[in-house]
Design a protein around this ligand. Structure first.
Ligand code: GDP
Ligand code: IMO
Ligand code: MG
Length: 434
């Protein structure tokens, strides 16, 4: 019996959506444990493209229960819009989706607070997705947030809401923010939205516990990536939630002892959206080529993604904090035309080789990556489904990543579609999802 986490090993956009969609048919429940509609998980089914932001990608598999866990922050307007989009495609959202009554609610004024915070003097902007994610988590941790369950206790909701609205008005005045916000209108709209989702709201920890009692299998879908985790990432250039594996337990109420496997999803190179240190970022033609061949533009904001080379020390670090059992390397096909492929194998700082990931962004910005160059295979791997059908040099590249990171490469993605995937026979990955 296996409950498995699938999460990003880098700075997000590793291809988690594709991987979750692929494996979801072998699970009964897919649960999101953190983040909100800042995520953009792209899934191709044939010619049809789906971008899931808030709802777990598992919903695309008929019969799979999709759970928005307590660790997620929910923008009700975004949720309802995504539900309608899926319903329009014939997906049975009402019977498949469940929303935690303990999840926190994002209000439109959270976006405003975020704008204000990003624009402050003497503050390096994080380059957020502007979805109000950070300010909503601030209210959660500050113990003044409003949870989904509160929406169904009208008296208590109004009292909580009015206090929160007052706080925000004070803050806006303090920072000379003169945008008009109709707080009463927001509250009314929120009450309307709450009615629409009422039948889907429940104690999802109990739903998951019940599922496990019946011997059902849960797949936890990470959003963002480990280097964007609020504790383990490149702070302060991170998101405001626990994207790393530990978040799966706190963000759903499933005990750590019930989680049996962790799959790290990593690109065969690396990308980042937004600001922050990025040791292997390529500012020359290499980065441009990766962006073009990999179509590296944000699924949520459309921003061009910053691109660079596979970073072994970073992967070793994310393997350490997550305990990856196996890696699934995506977008191998994007490297098909390269003569040679640089891979960062060490971090140099002030003439010394580092043995630990620096804790400060300033140190990370000063890193001098040590590269090895591997020969390219100069032939297409797109759509390959067997390891032995890959060109020898591509296999050597994957072997190199496996040896240097110390984590098995159990699978490879060779294209955006479900069937464009290799699961290595006899690998831990095969056992975990088998
Ligand atoms: P996520 O946020 O981790 O789910 O990743 P995104 O959906 O934001 O970005 C990954 C992008 O790469 C999407 O457009 C996918 O369709 C695409 N993709 C995933 N795997 C592969 C692959 O193996 N090869 C190629 N060429 N594209 C892929
Ligand atoms: P998926 O799930 C890549 C980045 C933003 C910004 C930082 C904080 O698709 O991998 P936020 O709005 O979360 O407060 O922004 O985190 N970021 C992502 N980058 N993929 C994502 O999600 C991201 N979600 C947030 O660009 O740098
Ligand atoms: Mg994404």
């Amino acid at each position: 019996m296996h409950n498995i986490i699938v999460l990003g090993a880098q700075w997000g956009d590793e291809g988690k959506g594709k991987v979750v969609d692929l494996f979801a048919e072998r699970f009964d429940v897919v649960a999101r444990y953190q983040g909100g509609h800042n995520a953009g998980h792209t899934v191709y089914i044939g010619e049809q493209k789906f971008v899931l932001k808030l709802i777990p990608s598992g919903i695309l598999r008929p019969g799979v229960q999709a759970v928005i866990g307590n660790g997620v922050v929910v923008d009700l307007a975004a949720l309802i819009q995504e539900m309608s989009m899926l319903e329009g495609l014939g997906i049975d959202v009402k019977s498949q989706l469940r929303i935690s009554n303990r999840a926190h609610v994002i209000f439109p004024f959270h976006r405003l607070i975020e704008k204000m915070s990003e624009a402050r003097e003497n503050r390096v902007p994080i380059g957020t997705t502007s979805r109000g994610i950070g300010p909503c988590y601030e209210d959660k941790i500050g113990r003044r947030g409003i949870r989904v369950a509160d929406l169904y206790d009208p008296e208590s909701f109004r009292a909580l809401y009015d206090t929160l609205a007052e706080d925000k008005q004070t803050l806006a005045a303090t920072f000379n923010l003169h945008e008009t916000i109709d707080y009463t209108q927001i509250r009314r709209q929120c009450e309307e939205f709450a009615e629409k989702i009422r039948p889907l709201v429940c104690d999802t920890a109990a739903v998951l516990a019940g599922a496990m009692t019946q011997g059902k299998r849960i797949l936890f879908e990470g959003a963002q990536g480990t280097m964007l985790d609020v504790d383990h990432g490149t702070y302060p250039f991170v998101t405001s939630s626990s994207a790393a594996a530990g978040g799966a337990s706190t963000g759903t109420g499933v005990p750590p002892t019930k989680i049996n496997g962790i799959i790290g999803v990593s690109k065969a190179y690396i990308t980042r959206v937004g600001s922050g240190p990025f040791p292997t970022e390529s500012h020359d033609g290499g980065g441009e080529l990766l962006r073009r061949e990999g179509n590296e533009f944000g699924a949520v904001t459309g921003r061009p993604r910053r691109c660079g080379w596979f970073d072994v020390p970073l992967l070793q670090y994310t393997a350490m904090v997550n305990g990856f059992d196996t890696l699934l390397i995506t977008k191998l096909d994007v490297l098909d035309q390269l003569d040679e492929i640089p891979v960062c194998v060490g971090y140099g700082l002030k003439g010394k080789l580092l043995t630990e990931m620096p804790a400060t962004y300033r140190a990370l910005e000063a890193i001098e990556p040590v590269y090895e160059r591997l020969p390219g295979w100069k032939t297409t791997t797109r759509g390959t489904t067997r390891m032995d059908a890959l060109p020898e040099k591509a296999r050597a590249y994957l072997k190199f990543l496996e040896e240097r990171t110390g984590v098995e490469v159990g699978g490879v993605s060779t294209g955006p579609e479900r069937n464009e995937t290799i699961i290595r026979a006899g690998s831990k990955l095969e056992k975990l999802v088998g």
